[in-house]
Design a protein around this ligand. Structure first.
Ligand code: BDR
Ligand code: CA
Length: 313
């Protein structure tokens, strides 16, 4: 199986991504590194452990990481995710402890301790932990197999400002250093994740699994939907972060282009904008595979089938 680290700020959609990874035999989750984003670090660290317990994986190391972006104040998204970040289902407070050691050290030690280019970093939140690891240990850039991240946008710009997507906007300086690090990168932008909509029928399919995980995912996406319905009028919550894991499992249901992506870090107006050279109008070097489309039905059949494998605790 493919060894991965999930760097995350749960978040209902992060939670679904973690469950998808844990339910998939093609993937070996080495641990979770948690970052501040949707809600402050204390809550994302709590939520990550709640999700592990829901999947019966109390053995998985969950490391708390950076509490603040590199240079900017933290922006959170309680308006989307609720005050805990995981509003919706009623789930028990976690009993499992956090793992010893900072998430940044966990990332560095794991990359140094395993074969070069064998570990994939899956980034589901602001890129602060990964950028900090790269800054402290520049040698790891060559050891990363690939960074697969949810962030940015091309046509569908702007879910936190008119110009920027949340994960990149929260820590644009971190994003800029990640895009410059030289490791292979795959980007799942809003253009794709806004196609992964949990319609009523798809939500019913989660619930019909009849398991605690299926029910929790149905309740999480119900909660998450309220925001999108009110704000965008879209039927169903967009499952942003699970697209990262789905790309690892079934890249053939996605399509995209190898492009250059640069991150805006100076203009307040467009802070955190992902400037993707989709039409190749510059000679800037390719630094990412930018995904543009997905087969949503195939995505939801995969997700639902995998969630069904998570047995009741
Ligand atoms: C991203 O921001 C967060 O709200 C979600 O968890 C996702 O990672 C979408 O812009
Ligand atoms: Ca997230």
């Amino acid at each position: 199986p493919l060894p991965i680290i999930i760097d995350t700020d749960p978040g209902q959609d992060d939670a679904v991504a973690i469950l998808l990874a844990l339910a998939s035999p093609e993937i070996e989750v080495l641990g979770l590194s948690v970052v501040a984003g949707n809600v402050p670090l204390e809550l994302t660290a709590r939520n990550a452990r709640i999700v592990c317990e829901l999947a019966g994986r109390t053995d998985l190391p969950v490391h708390a990481g950076c509490a603040l972006p590199l240079r900017r104040p933290l922006v959170t998204a309680e308006q989307v995710h609720g005050k805990t970040g995981l509003d919706g289902p009623v789930l028990p407070e976690p009993a499992m402890p956090l793992a010893q050691g900072h998430a940044v050290d966990f990332i560095i030690d794991t990359l140094r301790g395993r074969a070069a280019r064998s570990v994939t970093l899956c980034a589901l939140g602001p890129l602060t932990n990964i950028a900090t690891a790269l800054e402290r240990a520049p040698d790891i850039a060559e050891r990363i197999g690939r960074i697969v991240l949810m962030g940015g946008a091309y046509f569908e710009v702007g879910n936190i400002t008119p110009a920027a997507e949340f994960n990149i906007h929260v820590d644009p300086h971190a994003a800029a250093s990640v895009f410059a690090c030289g490791a292979p990168i795959t980007v799942l932008p809003l253009d794709v994740t806004h196609k992964a909509l949990v319609t009523r029928a798809r939500n019913d399919a989660f619930r019909a699994l009849g398991t605690p995980a299926g029910r929790a995912v149905a309740e999480m996406t119900d909660f998450f939907e309220r925001f999108d319905l009110r704000k965008y009028g879209s039927e169903g919550a967009p499952l942003h972060d699970p697209c990262v894991i789905a790309w690892l499992l079934a890249p053939q249901i996605f399509s995209g282009r190898e492009v250059n992506v640069e991150i805006e870090t100076t203009s307040e107006l467009t802070m955190g904008m992902t400037v993707a050279d989709w039409w190749g109008v510059t000679d800037r070097p390719v630094n990412a595979l930018f995904i543009g489309d997905l087969d949503a039905d195939a995505f939801f059949s995969l997700l639902t089938e995998r969630l069904g494998r998570i047995a009741p605790a």
